[in-house]
Design a protein around this ligand. Structure first.
Ligand code: FE
Ligand code: FE
Length: 302
C-alpha cells in the first residue's frame, strides 16, 4: 500500500484519534499533580458495557484508522521502520525548528476551534509548568509529540499515531478494537501466540518491540538529553493498554513498573490540558527557547 493512498488517511486530522482516546477515558478525573505512588497494574475502572461503548461511539473514520493500524503493524513492519528511521539521517533541526516544521502539517483541522500542533505542545507544557513540576518535565511536555513529523515524510496516519502495543507476542484484548488484530498476519505466526511470545516473562520493556509510531521515534531523538523518567513518558505515552488498562505487566520488570507512574502522570496532562485559552506562541517562545537550550544541543539528528 502506498503512503499516498487516500485510504492511509482515514482521519480528518491527527486530533481525531486523540479526541477519541480522551472520550474513552473521559470519566477519569483530571491529573493529581504529585507523583508519589508507584504504578500498580489495576483492572480497568470501566464496567464491561461501558468499555464496549467506545465501539458504538467511534466515528467510522476512527474505526477505519484502527483497522489499518491493527492490520499492518506487524513485527516485520516495526523492524523495518526502525531500520529506516533510527539511524536519524533525515534532517538536522533544533527543537523549536522541529516544532515549526511539525506545524506545517496540513490536515483538515479547523483553525478556529482546533489547536495547532505547536499550540498542543505549548499547552501541555504550560499545564505541567503551572503545577510546579521540574523543568525537565515541562520540557518533556513540549517535545512529546514531535515524532508526528513522521507524517511529513509520507508515513500513513496508522504508522504515526494510535494506541501502541507490543509486537512479537499475543495481542491483549484490552487494546482498543482487538477484533481487528484478526487481520494482522502476526496472528498466524505460532511463536507470537503465547502471551509473552518471543520475550521472557518480565524481561523489561526496553527489550520489547512496540508498534511503530511517534512515541518510539521521539524517544530515540531525545534519548541522550533527557532524564530517564522523561524518556519513559516519551516512549510509552500512547501505550494506553498498559498505563490505563493495566495490561502487559508480564513484560514489565520492576523498574518499568516504578517508571510507569511518570507515564501515567504525563498522560493526564496530554489528555486533559486543553484549556479554553490558546497559548500565545510569540510570548512563550523566549521562555521555551531557554528551556530547550538547557538540555538540547542547537541541532539534533532526526
Ligand atoms: Fe502523542
Ligand atoms: Fe499529545
Amino acid at each position: 500500500m502506498a503512503a499516498s493512498d487516500p485510504s492511509n488517511k482515514p482521519l480528518q486530522n491527527l486530533d481525531e484519534w486523540e479526541d477519541f482516546v480522551k472520550a474513552r477515558y473521559a470519566e477519569e478525573p483530571p491529573p493529581p499533580a504529585p507523583v508519589d505512588k508507584p504504578f500498580v497494574a489495576t483492572s480497568p475502572n470501566k464496567k464491561q458495557e461501558e468499555f464496549r461503548n467506545y465501539r458504538a461511539e467511534a466515528r467510522p473514520t476512527v474505526k477505519e484508522f484502527y483497522r489499518l493500524n491493527h492490520t499492518y503493524q506487524t513485527r516485520d513492519f516495526v523492524l523495518q521502520k526502525k531500520r529506516q528511521y533510527l539511524s536519524r539521517e533525515k534532517r538536522t533541526m533544533g527543537v523549536w525548528e522541529a516544532m515549526e516544521y511539525l506545524n506545517t502539517l496540513v490536515d483538515d483541522s479547523d483553525p478556529d476551534t482546533d489547536l495547532s500542533q505547536i499550540e498542543h505542545l505549548l499547552q501541555t507544557a504550560e499545564t505541567i509548568r503551572a503545577d510546579g513540576h521540574p523543568r525537565w518535565f515541562i520540557l518533556t511536555g513540549l517535545v512529546h509529540d514531535l515524532g508526528k513529523i513522521l507524517c511529513l515524510w509520507g508515513e500513513p496516519q496508522w504508522a504515526v499515531v494510535g494506541d501502541t502495543f507490543p509486537v512479537g507476542c499475543a495481542f491483549s484484548d484490552r487494546v482498543v478494537f482487538p477484533e481487528f488484530f484478526a487481520f494482522n498476519p502476526d496472528s498466524r505466526v505460532p511463536e507470537y501466540q503465547a502471551r509473552t511470545g518471543i520475550y521472557e516473562e518480565n524481561c523489561g520493556l526496553d527489550g520489547v518491540d512496540m508498534s511503530w509510531g511517534h512515541d518510539e521515534y521521539i524517544y530515540h531523538v531525545a534519548k541522550d538529553y533527557l532524564p530517564e523518567e522523561a524518556l519513559y513518558m516519551l516512549r510509552y505515552h500512547s501505550f494506553y493498554a498498559a498505563h490505563k488498562e493495566g495490561e502487559y505487566d508480564y513484560l514489565m520488570n520492576d523498574h518499568d513498573k516504578e517508571m510507569f507512574r511518570w507515564v501515567k502522570a504525563f498522560s493526564s496532562y496530554d489528555l486533559y490540558s486543553k484549556s479554553a485559552e490558546r497559548p500565545d506562541i510569540k510570548k512563550l517562545k523566549p521562555y521555551y527557547q531557554e528551556l530547550i537550550n538547557e538540555s538540547f544541543p542547537a541541532k539534533l539528528n532526526w
